[in-house]
Design a protein around this ligand. Sequence first.
Ligand SMILES: [Fe+2]
Length: 362
Amino acid sequence: MRSWIHHARGRHVRQARVGLGDLREEHISRQGFFGPVAMIYREHGPNEIVRVDGPLVPRRVADTTRVEPSDQFDPRGEPEPMLSNADVSVAISRRAAAMPYAFRNLDGDLLYFVHKGTGMFATEFGRLDYEPGDYVLIPKGITFSLMPEKGESHMLVVESPAPLSLTEHHQTGRHMPVDPTILVLPELCDYGFPQREEHELRVRHRGIHSSIYYRNNPLVSVGWKGDLFPFKLNIRDIIPISSDRIHVAPSAWCTFQASGFVVISFVPQIAVADPNAEELPSYHRNVDNDESVFVHHDEGSSRKPATLSHVPQGILHGADEAARAAFQKRRVPGMRRTLCGVSVDSDRPLIVSPTFEWLSGE
Ligand SMILES: [Fe+2]
């Protein structure tokens, strides 16, 4: 049952995030930004940490090009896991050569986000050419082969045992943030693959690979119909839901969702124009969600491309006092937010992989 009963005591602002003056606002929220909420008002910057004992800390891999997944060197290799739980895993792929087999993942849907590189997902529905900024969704059990062009392709790979779907934003109509006809479907084509004695289909099930050898190439078809198919969507085609008067909660920017997590797209957009309204990420404690953010690009910011950060649920974060002061000095109406990135926010805590832990400690 959703509660609308709110109370307030002491100093507080009438409209959250607006007219704070000398106050600092700390946002405590349940169930992402949808559940019960408390705003705490303080007269000091609340997230200046002196020291931490124990493992519950935000971590950041400053450069995921330092990750060396086995698929970077071995065409039969795999992406490197970075963060995972029972509902979702987030991995880094740097595939440099085509899969020398057709591949079928029976462990879940695969959502690739292309950070760098171009190439083709050869699928049994046809070819999907990819470029930077593309989300490519390969549903569980669909046969495909990932074939990068010259040079490696740096990708974030999100895997979900439960079906991933596009998030519906009922109150914004049918054409934003994603106009459904923006989706790019595979094009049937003649791949020109040579006929061999046998064709390998590599199947992943419960993390273990088996190879089934077929007489004919399982990637080749001449048609299809139905509502189960791979597709792609470029992040530049996602329209931001924004306001010139208030910082909109990132839950408005969900692009995909599945049981236990959401995928949020940060896209460049106009910044909040009202100088009395908060523009930067608030001090917040996302009590029921772990957050992980991958930066695709962010011109003019200290956020470097290819970083991957993780904030465990309940840990206070947000732009610090120094960043707020520096921003307020250069703030003018008409400014734009420049961050373009992808966030995976999960209900269950994310387990940090040894690779993530090692690289975040550098
Ligand atoms: Fe956050």
